[in-house]
Design a protein around this ligand. Structure first.
Ligand SMILES: [Zn+2]
Length: 79
């Protein structure tokens, strides 16, 4: 398992997600983003808007995902 925070995944808080694969951790952070969106949390709304902006530009979105994937892969395994 590896740990990444909401902030590390483009979010706005220090909540940590633990997963054994990058896909899984992205899914957890998406779910959390959705919860925060429903709560209309301002900080998260801002970061969600940034990601939405990225989604309009597939190349930049792909680069963002690749960067995050590298970041995830470079992390040490949790004890
Ligand atoms: Zn968060």
């Amino acid at each position: 398992m590896k740990t990444m925070s909401c902030k590390q995944l483009g979010g706005a808080c220090d909540k940590e997600f633990q997963a054994s694969s990058f896909e899984e951790i992205i899914e957890m952070s998406k779910q959390h983003g959705m919860d925060m969106f429903l709560k209309q949390d301002e900080d998260h709304l801002e970061s969600i808007n940034k990601i939405r902006g990225l989604m309009q530009k597939p190349k930049e979105m792909q680069k963002w995902i690749d960067d995050k994937r590298k970041e995830f892969e470079a992390l040490p395994e949790d004890e």
